[in-house]
Write a protein that binds this ligand. Structure first.
Ligand code: NAD
Ligand code: TYD
Length: 356
């Protein structure tokens, strides 16, 4: 197969590309604009493969997309390119509208034009796999409910609203034009190569530097954490096995309060990085409660029984094993972190946490 993967230099996209190159014989074309979140170093383990190809392209650039489809002739598209950080969407929503909505529209149109030219057999086999988030469902405050594939959409942030819009576009392109789409909505991912402005890597990095560990509000918000390599396996199963038009929720069965996640990281660091920065007695002493995120969703939790039943996928990592692997990876890969802490990233950190 030839798979066109958008956003393959990002956190989840790079795990998907590594998975496909390492565990299959397929070819991958990674289409990525390389925003602040894109990092080709995350692909250094597979970049030498002759089955791996890269194009630095903006998914909003229709002419460039048309050329890529013409040259590469993919059998499937896995669409992960997006602006993905909720806090950035609050301080600057424009790029979220541009990439997540307009970019998805341009990609759908480029795909549709290409797909229309395929033979009947290839048309049937083709898949457009849209990778989305559980945040489109809003939150589950005050209930024990889980998100189902049928849960109504109620996004809270500019990020989740832009992702919800893109999901609607993808399903409309299936219903109206017959484009063979599949959609997945996933919970919070964590693991190696996670950009260090998201909660788990931020806490690891700040603790190692002896900086404050910022917890929004009271830290009682709940997320359902999924190890990124489990997600990559699920996505590969969906793109190769799912029936046209299906939606799958993907989750880790790992509901955790933010404050408990932060404390668990501190405990692991006590064991794995006992030589603390000067003046730090216990990593947990660095925990600092800061101003809450506006519109902060209180609880996300996924019912992932459909993908288990239909495709036989279950996560392999528990939160304990996955978090340990993640902390160990950051301790062993400080060079990767240092290289991506660009000027732009430093500006973000200063702007986001300046008042605390
Ligand atoms: P990420 O921010 O780490 O990576 C996004 C990638 O997309 C980057 O490599 C970036 O350079 C690229 N990109 C951004 N704008 C682009 C554009 N206009 N054209 C081409 N490339 C562009 O994101 P991630 O965490 O890897 O998430 C990947 C996908 O999974 C996103 O669609 C996100 O909504 C979804 N998702 C993420 C999570 C999570 O916990 N991270 C959970 C559920 C769903
Ligand atoms: P994040 O990693 O930004 O993912 P998302 O907002 O998509 O769930 O945040 C995870 C949770 O951690 C979320 O409830 C916000 C919270 N959080 C903090 O408490 N402090 C922080 O510095 C960050 C970045 C997030």
């Amino acid at each position: 197969m030839k798979l066109l993967v958008t956003g393959g230099a990002g956190f989840i996209g790079s795990a998907v590309v590594r998975h496909i190159i390492q565990h299959t014989n397929h070819h991958v074309l990674n289409v990525d604009k390389l925003t602040y979140a894109g990092n080709l170093e995350s692909l250094s383990s597979i970049e030498q493969s002759e089955r791996y190809h890269f194009s630095q392209t903006d998914i909003c650039d229709r002419a460039a997309l048309d050329q890529l489809f013409k040259d590469f002739q993919p059998d499937a598209v896995m669409h992960l390119a997006a602006e993905s950080h909720v806090d950035r969407s609050i301080s600057g929503p424009a790029t979220f509208i541009e990439t997540n909505i307009i970019g998805t529209y341009q990609l759908l149109e480029a795909t549709r034009q290409y797909w229309n030219m395929l033979s009947e057999e290839k048309k049937q086999a083709f898949r457009f796999h849209h990778i989305s988030t559980d945040e489109v469902y809003g939150d589950l405050e005050g209930t024990d409910d889980l998100f189902l594939e049928t849960t109504p959409y109620a996004p809270s942030s500019p990020y989740s609203a832009s992702k919800a819009s893109s999901d609607h576009l993808v399903r409309a392109w299936n219903r109206t034009y017959g484009l063979p789409v599949v959609v997945t909505n996933c919970s919070n991912n964590y693991g190696p190569y996670h950009f260090p402005e998201k909660l788990i890597p931020l806490i690891i990095q700040n603790a190692l530097a002896g900086k404050a560990l910022p917890v929004y509000g009271n830290g009682h918000q709940i997320r359902d954490w999924l190890f990124v390599e489990d997600h990559a396996r699920a996505l590969y199963k969906v793109v190769t096995e799912a029936r046209i038009g299906e939606t799958y929720n993907i989750g880790g069965h790992n509901e955790q309060k933010n404050i408990d996640v932060v404390k668990a990281i501190c405990e692991l660091l006590e064991e794995l990085a006992p030589n603390k920065p000067k003046g730090v007695q216990n990593y947990q002493d660095l925990i600092t409660y800061v101003k809450d995120r506006p519109g902060h969703d209180l609880r996300y939790a996924i019912d992932a029984s459909k993908i288990k039943q239909d495709l036989g996928w279950v996560p392999q990592e528990s939160f304990e094993t996955g978090l340990r692997k993640t902390v160990e990876w950051y301790l062993n890969n400080q060079g990767w972190v240092e290289h991506i802490q660009s000027g732009e990233y430093q500006n973000w950190i200063q702007q986001q946490y300046q008042t605390e």
